[in-house]
Design a protein around this ligand. Structure first.
Ligand code: PRP
Length: 209
């Protein structure tokens, strides 16, 4: 059995649809229930749903042979895995956001709230700007509203969360999308099966382009 970790939620559903369209389906996965593991014995595949930010942990440690993770997570945690394919879905951007009229005062350390400490740190280091990283786990947009931070570094998809909270994108850092990743040892031992998946998914990304 090849173990595949899928990110639970909206992105995972889109990504599973790509696996299914590529011929690697597992119909039980679409049933409404709380199960986390689904097998297609005939295809030798076992899918399981994990928290999106945990997919790379499962894959790096070999509990999953392959999986799908956002480029944001891969850059932030730099897991020791192979990134085989850009799935061109789950597209969003990593950006600096804050009040639209925010003006940076270079005499002060900039307070940056984020889930992505490394990405924020590297971005501001590249600008030579000294920052104070304030790590949060969610609802990052609240931080500048309550004066906890000056700006945030976060994912922007539709921009609705920023707009509805009176914030705006101040700078774009990186484009983000979902990636098909594999455990390094699994790629050696199960290369044929993993490559068949990669080719099938690649065809899906081309057809959807
Ligand atoms: C993400 C991100 C933004 C939002 C952006 O949050 O942190 O808050 O989505 O999407 P939008 O541009 O389409 O509004 P998520 O839903 O993952 O929840 P979180 O607050 O727990 O980070």
């Amino acid at each position: 059995m090849l173990n595949i970790a899928l990110p639970k939620g909206r992105l995972g559903e889109k990504v599973y649809a790509m696996f299914a369209a590529a011929g690697f389906d597992c119909p039980a996965i679409l049933e409404e229930n709380r199960r986390l593991v689904f097998e297609n014995e005939a295809l030798g595949l076992r899918y399981f749903w994990v928290k999106p930010s945990d997919v790379a942990v499962y894959v790096e440690r070999g509990a999953a042979d392959a999986g799908v993770a956002g480029k944001d997570i891969l850059l932030e945690h730099a897991p020791d895995v192979y990134e085989l394919l850009d799935l061109k879905t789950g597209i969003c951007r990593m950006a600096v956001a804050g009040p639209a009229d925010f003006r940076d005062d270079s005499r002060r350390r900039l307070r940056v709230a984020t889930k992505f400490d490394r990405i924020a740190g590297e971005y501001y280091a590249s600008l030579g700007r000294d920052i104070d990283v304030i790590h949060l786990n969610g609802s990052i947009e609240l931080a500048p509203l309550l004066g906890l931070s000056d700006v945030i570094v976060d994912i922007v998809e539709t921009g609705a969360t920023l707009r509805e909270n009176g914030l705006a994108v101040l700078a774009e850092i990186l484009p983000i999308s979902a990636r098909f990743i594999t455990n390094k040892a699994s790629y050696e031992f199960c290369r044929e099966q993993i490559e068949a998946l990669r080719r099938g998914l690649e065809k899906q990304t081309e057809e959807r382009a």
